[in-house]
Each structure stands twice: as structure tokens, then as C-alpha cells.
Design a protein around this ligand. Structure first.
Ligand SMILES: [Zn+2]
Length: 299
């Protein structure tokens, strides 16, 4: 599942390729036909992410709310002025499609939709196809506010002003719960945007047992946890991938960082811990695989 950093990148991409453009909106698959009709012909004013939620703001104060979930993905294509010819979300099972116009041969509109395209957005210069989302609906400002009110703070939210407030809010929400931190970090009501990779990696980096209960985490510890999530996720937005290891903990120090050196514990079950050599352990927590070092992250 794409974590929050991917959704923030997606929001930036929408702003850059469709911002200020009047869009033709359709649902080739038909499942979103009524919603698409409410947006068709309107101008996209802004795209924003909160955690794993994407909101596309149209000029008549309606929003398209999208949650990609495990299988959702966008494909983009268009002419040479449209810098979005890539896919963000789940890997495309059929491989990425090359799009006419990328080679400067001219752009004559989007290709025939392939597969179950829930929504297609088309501007003068390019198009985006969404397949397989968990949520895709038109919401009003009031409904958007309701969705946001349920979510915890987003480590990637803009604005230094609210930074202290967001940290304090995370600390308050984390420490009010009696569940293990391994569950709470994935709970979007505690903080919005963290998924399975960041959960495992940040707990390792803070040397914290995934079974520590939220209410037993001290204020200073919670603040450090938050700061590390903010740092790692901002790196993720910049780099377009998740790298959590420090250079001194990698065996191969080549650049770009090899996939095999990018993480401390995520998907490293049985391999030696980069810090202490203990085999990395794996189990299920919150219906997702959890990875940790039993020595570095002892209770
Ligand atoms: Zn270790």
C-alpha cells in the first residue's frame, strides 16, 4: 500500500499537470459514472493529501476524495508539456503503458481505456486513469472536514506554524491508548500516513518494542518518535522511495542506495540485525507483517 509520502507526491503531480485546467471527467468502467458527471467540465483548483487521503478540489467546491488502498493506482500520460507520464500506487500488473506523444510524435488524446478504469481525468495536454481504489467519491467541503476530523496529524503537513501542535496532538493521541505502539502507528486516527514500512523502521530506529503500550510511552519518547517519522517521510517525498538506514549501518555504501540496504528490519526476517547481528524476527500485527530486532527492541 502506498504510504503517505507517495500520496503527497501524487498531490504535487496533480497540481503540476492539472492545476488550473478544465477537465473532462468520466468513468470508463461505469462504476463512478454519477460522481464523474458532477465533476465533468470543472476546473481543478488544487490537489492536497492528508495521510493516505487525496483530495482534488474543483472550482464548484466539490472534492474528489481518493484512497488508493492496497491495489489502487494512477497512470498518467500526455504530450511533452505534461510531466506526469508515470504510475503512482500499486505496481501495475500489466506493466506500465507507453503513451503516444512521449516521443514527441504528437498527442492525439488518451488511449482507449484498458481494464477497469474507475475514473479518467483528461485535460488538453494529458490524462490520468485510476484503477482499483478503496475509495473514490465526490464530497462537499463539510464532508471533507468530517473525514479530516477523524484523522490524526499528518507528519507531512505543510507549515512550520502548526508543527509543534501536530507533534503535541500525536503525543496526546498515542498516550491516550492502551494498545501496542506497533498497532497505533498504523492507526490513521493516531497519525495519518504511516504504513507498514515506516512502522517497522521507525520503531527499530527508536529502539522501541512494538508491544510497548501507547500509554506507557513517555512524552519525550513520543516526541522523538514523531520527529523521526517527520524526518523519514520528508526524505521519502524527496527521494520517491523509503530509505531509513544511516550510511554507517549499510554493508554496501553505493549510491543510489541499493534496495537491499534501504531498511533495518522491513522484509529482513532471519537476516542479521545491522546493529547487533541478532536475526530479525517477523510476526503478524494488525493483519500486516511486522518486523523487529528482538535485542535492539527488547521490552
Ligand atoms: Zn539488533
Amino acid at each position: 500500500m502506498p504510504e503517505g509520502h507517495s500520496i503527497h507526491r501524487l498531490a504535487r503531480q496533480f497540481s503540476s499537470v492539472f492545476g488550473g485546467e478544465r477537465l473532462t471527467v468520466s468513468s470508463p468502467q461505469g462504476r463512478f459514472a454519477a460522481g464523474a458527471a458532477r465533476l465533468d467540465g470543472h476546473v481543478l483548483e488544487a490537489a492536497e493529501a492528508h495521510g493516505k487521503q487525496l483530495f482534488l478540489h474543483f472550482d464548484h467546491d466539490l472534492y474528489l476524495r481518493i484512497h488508493l488502498g492496497l491495489y489502487g493506482a494512477f497512470d498518467f500520460g500526455g504530450d511533452e508539456t505534461f510531466i506526469g507520464s508515470s504510475s503512482i500506487g500499486a505496481p501495475r500488473r500489466l506493466g506500465e503503458q507507453e503513451v503516444a506523444g512521449d516521443d514527441g510524435a504528437g498527442y492525439s488524446g488518451p488511449p482507449e481505456p484498458k481494464g477497469a478504469v474507475r475514473v479518467r481525468l483528461v485535460s488538453k495536454h494529458g490524462w490520468a486513469d485510476l484503477r482499483g481504489p478503496t475509495a473514490c467519491e465526490v464530497v462537499t467541503e463539510a464532508e471533507r472536514q468530517k473525514v479530516l476530523a477523524r484523522l490524526g496529524p499528518d507528519p507531512l503537513a505543510d507549515g512550520a506554524d502548526g508543527a509543534a501542535g501536530r507533534a503535541a496532538e500525536f503525543t496526546r493521541r498515542l498516550r491516550s491508548k492502551g494498545s501496542p505502539v506497533g498497532l497505533l502507528l498504523m492507526n490513521q486516527e493516531v497519525l495519518a500516513g504511516v504504513g507498514n514500512v515506516y512502522r517497522a523502521e521507525v520503531l527499530f530506529r527508536r529502539r522501541m518494542s512494538p508491544w510497548r503500550l501507547g500509554r506507557s510511552v513517555g512524552e519525550a519518547e513520543a516526541g522523538e518518535l514523531w520527529d523521526d517519522v517527520v524526518r523519514l517521510m520528508n526524505d521519502g517525498v524527496r527521494q520517491g522511495r523509503i530509505i531509513t538506514t544511516e550510511p554507517q549501518d549499510r554493508d554496501d555504501t553505493g549510491e543510489p542506495v541499493p534496495v537491499s540496504e534501504a531498511h533495518y528490519v522491513y522484509k529482513r526476517t532471519g537476516l542479521p540485525c545491522r546493529r547487533c547481528g541478532t536475526p530479525v524476527a517477523g510476526t503478524e500485527m494488525g493483519a500486516r507483517k511486522l518486523y523487529w530486532c528482538p535485542s535492539c527492541q527488547a521490552d
